[in-house]
Design a protein around this ligand. Structure first.
Ligand SMILES: [Zn+2]
Ligand SMILES: [Zn+2]
Length: 609
């Protein structure tokens, strides 16, 4: 393990921790790798996404979840962010199980990238997650590399040191499981994503089981923090179903509903409501079509096949007999709803009288793109209906504060570790835990890579860390090489590019043509002629000085960069990418080439970049 921070206690915002719990033999928070049980996150702490929690004892590691994080707009061209698997690659012979709590992308999206680097025989997942993972592996041509073993709340997984059990939770996707991990040093509960819904659609929460687990004693509770800042309780999914039915009933014309593709229970409610109102349904968007197909196969979607119509059949029915369900509730530019709004969808053109219903809320960060789609839909004549506290067209999948309190009261943990949340959410969740009786010093607010040590049913944070990082994935490349490309893109976007072109004669170490500067996205050229002329002079002077002695092309390029970059930063406060282009005199090139063929090397220096 790599120790990145020698004293993690010194980091700001870190509450005073284990030092206050009196145990003399802890030996300055150092780990006994033979007998201690270690808990650490490769992702999921300080962020919403790329959840991956690891449990290590001696020569065994079990992993819960393997997710991706979807980047914000400022990560140019990045498709996904995944955890850095380096530590697990090094220790892959220790990995005994990968367990999946449920099928959301922030829990399963990293699996294809994980399997590209790590050989794993099987993954354990609930029925719906299993179907989604299998589809994903098929798309990545990885189906044969790993077997997905279906688990449910009665399953048990035994290894030499771990004994893992499960209980049902309610979440915005079917077959969500909470995980109980019995370790040689105490019991751990990892809640997965959950909420409490007394009238859910689908499976109910295993209240009795959770209470029983609480009674036999839990050393560490790792709890979903997404809604730590939301007071009260969540609206029941049944209530949402009722309001959607009412809306469909009173909609006069064609109805287009957009929701999260993975919420197949909601999707089924919408489809059933549409059929009850004598409408035929059409489903658009790749992820929605996939989920619909899986839902039909697993019996979650129950409406008859005859109720579905294809895109071509839309024009054969009157408007009030049609309900379209599509992706794009987050304003994603390539999704069906955005294409409908832009008038580029193959089958659907908005006609006045169409109603568009958002059975969703914008995820933080998506507000602007959702708003743009709503504006565009309204502009072309649609009546747009969105969720609000008064309408209840959507409900969260995560426990707000009152439901988090219920979890804390059921499990009654000795130590508490908020997970699955941004830093402020973890802190808010810890405050809730304190209110529910977990002493402040037993609240473990951690970062990715921090190691929580379990020893004889006590916990502390070790002075070692596991290497963690965010790996940017551009396309399917998981090597992290694209990370530098992405950094360049960010510099280009922030500060632009400056190219310096200079012609020399390498035979006489002479500048033939003074440097000239071409820039893109850096400054407005017309207003900055003087600045660029001065910059050219700065480079010219530096080069003249440099070329008084013998130099190489590399030296000249460095000379251009080192003279120009500080000058530009001082004058503009920007750090553009500087690209030196050195052109050599024709006769000089011939001389170099002749020399090179003599030496059997072939360096192209005609226009060394
Ligand atoms: Zn989830
Ligand atoms: Zn999640």
């Amino acid at each position: 393990m790599k120790s990145k921070e020698t004293n993690p206690e010194n980091r700001p915002g870190r509450p005073v921790r284990y030092t206050q719990v009196k145990e003399p033999d802890y030996n300055q928070n150092s780990i006994n790798h033979q007998t201690d049980t270690l808990v650490y996150a490769m992702g999921g702490l300080g962020e919403i996404g790329k959840n991956m929690y690891c449990f290590e004892h001696n020569d065994e590691i079990i992993i819960v979840d393997c997710g991706v994080l979807f980047p914000e707009d400022d990560l140019l061209g990045v498709d996904y962010v995944i955890p850095d698997f380096t530590y697990l690659v090094k220790n892959q012979q220790k990995i005994k199980a990968l367990i999946i709590t449920h099928g959301h992308e922030d829990h399963i999206g990293g699996i294809p990238f994980f399997l590209q680097q790590i050989h794993l025989k099987q993954i354990y997942a609930g029925g719906f997650a299993k179907a989604l993972i299998e589809k994903k592996l098929e798309e990545h041509r990885l189906s044969r590399s790993c077997k997905i073993v279906e688990i449910n709340s009665d399953s048990r997984i035994h290894t030499k040191y771990f004994d893992v059990g499960f209980y049902n939770t309610v979440h915005s996707i079917p077959d969500a499981l909470g995980v109980l991990i019995n370790t040689p040093n105490g019991r751990i509960v990892e809640t997965g994503d959950y909420k409490f819904d007394m009238t859910p659609i689908g499976t109910e929460s295993d209240f009795q089981k959770m209470a029983y687990i609480g009674q036999i004693g839990v050393t560490l509770l790792m709890d979903d923090s997404t809604n730590s800042g939301v007071q009260g309780s969540s609206i029941s999914e049944k209530k949402v179903a009722a309001t959607i039915l009412e809306q469909i009933r009173k909609t006069p014309g064609r109805l287009i509903v957009s929701t999260f593709a993975s919420n197949v229970l909601r999707l089924n409610q919408i489809l059933e409501a549409a059929v009850a109102c004598n409408r035929k349904v059409a489903v658009f968007g790749r992820s929605m079509e996939n989920v619909c197909e899986i839902g039909k196969k697993l019996g979650v979607i129950k409406i008859p096949d005859s109720s579905f119509i294809s895109g071509n059949e839309l024009n054969t029915l009157p408007a009030n007999r049609i309900c379209i369900v599509c992706t794009g509730s987050q304003g994603e530019p390539m999704a069906a709803l955005s294409r409908i709004a832009n008038g580029t969808h193959r089958f659907i053109k908005i006609i006045p009288g169409d109603t568009v219903l958002f059975s969703s809320n914008p995820i933080p960060g998506n507000g602007e793109s959702v708003s743009a789609v709503i504006n565009q839909l309204t502009r072309i004549g649609a009546n747009v209906v969105v969720n609000s506290p008064l309408t209840s067209f959507h409900t969260t999948g995560h426990a707000p504060v009152e439901e988090q309190k219920l979890m804390l009261n059921l499990i009654k943990p000795k130590y508490f570790m908020p997970v699955h949340g941004e830093y402020k959410m973890l802190v808010q969740h810890a405050a809730t835990a304190e209110m529910c009786g977990v002493p402040k010093e037993r609240n473990l607010i951690c970062s990715n890579g921090d190691i929580v040590v379990l020893r004889n049913e006590e916990c502390f944070i070790a002075n070692e860390r596991v290497q963690t990082d965010a790996i940017y994935v551009d396309g399917n490349d998981t090597t992290g090489l694209s990370t530098s490309v992405i950094k360049d893109r960010q510099i280009l976007a922030d500060s632009g590019l400056v190219a310096v072109i200079v012609t020399i004669d390498s035979r006489y170490n002479k500048i033939l043509c003074r440097p000239s500067i071409v820039s893109r996205g850096f400054v407005y050229i017309k207003e900055n002629q003087t600045l660029l002329k001065e910059a050219e002079l700065v480079v010219y002077d530096a080069l003249k000085k440099k070329m008084q002695q013998r130099t190489t092309f590399g030296d000249l390029k460095n000379c251009i960069r080192s003279s120009l970059e500080p000058f530009l930063f001082q004058r503009t406060n920007r750090n553009p990418i500087v690209i030196p282009v050195i052109l050599n005199q024709k006769a000089a090139i011939a001389q170099i080439q002749a020399r090179a063929t003599g030496k059997k090397s072939s360096s192209k220096v005609a226009a060394a970049k």
